[in-house]
Design a binder for this molecule. Structure first.
Ligand code: FE2
Length: 135
C-alpha cells in the first residue's frame, strides 16, 4: 500500500501543479518502499537526488505562478518552501556522508509535510492563481 494516496484533498485543479505533485508523491512512495525493504544507500540515493531536484523545480514553478498572479502571501509561502528545502538538504547530506541512517521515519516526515503543505498552504493560492489563468 502506498504511503500517500492522491485524493481530492490533494488536488488543486491547476494541471501543471497537480502533475508535479503526483511526481513528488510517487517519489516519496518509492522512497518509502525502498526504506521499508531495507534497500542500500546506492539504491536509495538516486531517489533522494531526484526528490531534491524535483522539489526545487516544483517550488520555483509555484513561486513563479504566485508572482505572476501578485499573490498576497507569496513571501510566507516561499518561506515554507525554503524551510523544507533546507531541512531536506541537510538530511540528504548527512545520509550521503554516512553519518545518518534513514528509515521509514524519513519518508513519513516527507509524506506528512507534503500533504499538510498542499492541503493548507497550496490550496490557499488556488483561487488567486486560477483567476490569473494559471494552467
Ligand atoms: Fe507550495
Amino acid at each position: 500500500m502506498p504511503l500517500i494516496t492522491i485524493t481530492s484533498k490533494l488536488i488543486t485543479g491547476i494541471p501543471s501543479i497537480d502533475a508535479q505533485h503526483r511526481q513528488l508523491v510517487d517519489a516519496i512512495n518509492q522512497l518509502h518502499e525502498a526504506m521499508k525493504q531495507g534497500k542500500g544507500r546506492d539504491q536509495i540515493a538516486p531517489t533522494l537526488d531526484f526528490l531534491v531536484r524535483y522539489v526545487g523545480e516544483h517550488f520555483s514553478h509555484e513561486e513563479r505562478l504566485m508572482t505572476k498572479a501578485g499573490y498576497a502571501d507569496l513571501a510566507g509561502h516561499a518561506a515554507q518552501h525554503q524551510g523544507f528545502t533546507t531541512k531536506v538538504g541537510e538530511m540528504v547530506k548527512a545520509y550521503k556522508s554516512g553519518s545518518a541512517v534513514m528509515g521509514v521515519e524519513v519518508s513519513r516526515f516527507l509524506a506528512n509535510w507534503i500533504q499538510d503543505h498542499i492541503q493548507r498552504t497550496d490550496m490557499a493560492y488556488v483561487a488567486a492563481l486560477k483567476a490569473h489563468g494559471a494552467t
